[in-house]
Design a protein around this ligand. Structure first.
Ligand code: HEM
Length: 373
């Protein structure tokens, strides 16, 4: 395989599975590459694959703006105008800082502790609903908890949750014919927008403790968010926490089924679970990438300067797993947590994890740690 062999702009490439080997090759040989797009000129993007470069791109909000289309596929102008710079995920400071401030109240340690109870309750309900049968489609179990919890966060009443779930699927599953198509996608977005508008009206009149009440009441320079801002923020929160967590759960369980030894180790010692969850998150990578728009020409890697006269999109990819496990080796999920309150040493957890996974490859360890941090 050589650089240029895989067309990362083509969603079909990902149908057969994430091309991990190709990303590993890019990281090694060409960490910053220009990817022309199957959708024609204007849709190509710079593909950035190394951890250090990605961290740099994400940190430098002045040079790399979030105000852009996050999908590598063409997106209707109407969608862009109602999301770019309107939703938290597609905005830059100071607007981003304002939107972020307005929701932090919903994610304080107290609020999270309350949510934790609710998550446990949902998980028990999900298992109870299938346990009698002795078999299930795991997707049904995985789908239940995230949408319930997200709906709690947003203060969506129980009788509206199925609709919320259907709209979220219609919006996120455009490339999956079982879930959606471009028309359903548009309808889903419109319905969610108008739902958010109605909910905001109710919450302004009668606020709750939920995050959407905070957003509906937030003020910037004495003004509350308008309908489009509210809709865009509602949609991000309703979809961001739903599809990602469901995918994470399903891919994590699949990985454990494929690696029974890792599953057995975990079952024997549940104290390994916190680190295992972190590891499964890294291993499964539910969000495969994100986009930024470069505001000027800038050197990302010593080997490449991104020329952005044409306002080209930057697409960063998060796949890291093929760097430090051999093909077929167990995913590294069973290392105990390294106990320390000193943040300087927290990375040691990763070392233990890697060391376990590469019993006979220790000489490469130092390089690998550098890649993972
Ligand atoms: C496995 C689960 C999840 C994954 C993998 C994930 C992934 C991500 C990633 C990669 C970003 C950064 C995007 C960027 O740099 O432009 C992000 C941002 C965000 N996520 Fe998640 N997410 C998850 C769960 C959630 C949940 C449960 C919620 C809330 C209910 C949530 C809400 C958000 C929000 C609001 C942002 C924007 C933050 C900001 O711009 O300040 N996510 N997520």
């Amino acid at each position: 395989m050589k650089v240029g062999d895989v067309d990362l702009s083509n969603p079909v490439v990902f149908e057969a599975g994430v091309p991990y080997a190709y990303f590993a090759l890019l990281r090694k040989e060409a960490p910053v590459t220009w990817q022309p797009s199957i959708y024609g000129e204007g849709f190509g993007f710079w593909n950035i694959t190394r951890f250090a470069d990605i961290a740099e791109v994400e940190k430098n909000v002045e040079a790399f703006s979030s105000k852009t289309n996050v999908s590598p596929m063409p997106t209707p102008e109407s969608t862009l105008s109602s999301t770019v710079d309107r939703s938290i995920i597609l905005s830059d400071p100071p607007r981003h800082s304002f939107l972020r401030r307005s929701i932090t109240g919903g994610f304080t340690p107290r609020a999270i502790a309350k949510l934790e109870e609710r998550i446990k309750q949902c998980a028990v309900e999900a298992i109870d609903s299938v346990i009698e049968k002795g078999e299930c489609d795991l997707h049904d179990v995985a789908a239940y908890t995230p949408i319930e919890v997200v709906a709690d966060i947003l203060g969506v009443p129980a009788h509206d949750r199925q609709r919320l779930y259907d709209w979220a699927n219609a919006m996120f599953g455009t490339t999956d014919p079982e879930l959606s198509d471009p028309q359903k996608n548009m309808m889903g977005a419109m319905q969610m927008f108008s739902y958010a508008r109605r909910l905001a009206k109710l919450r302004r009149a009668n606020p709750g403790e939920d995050v959407f009440s905070l957003i509906a009441l937030a003020e910037e320079d004495g003004e509350q968010l308008d309908d489009i801002d509210l809709g865009a923020t509602f949609i991000v929160l309703a979809t961001a926490g739903n599809e990602t967590t469901r995918t994470q759960f399903l891919q994590g369980v699949l990985t454990l089924i494929e690696h029974p030894q890792a599953m057995a180790t975990l079952r024997e010692d549940l104290s390994l679970l916190p680190n295992a969850i972190e590891e499964m998150l890294r291993w499964t990578t539910p969000a495969l990438g994100f986009a930024r728009k470069a505001t000027r020409d800038i050197e990302v890697d010593v080997r490449a300067t991104l020329e952005t006269d044409d306002g080209a999109t930057i697409f960063v990819s998060y796949q890291g797993r093929s760097d430090y496990t051999k093909a077929g080796a167990a995913p590294i999920i069973t290392a105990p947590l390294f106990e320390t309150s000193d943040p300087r040493y927290l990375w040691l957890n990763k070392v233990q994890a890697i060391a376990r996974g590469r019993a006979e490859g220790m000489s490469k360890l130092v390089y690998d740690i550098y890649e993972v941090q």
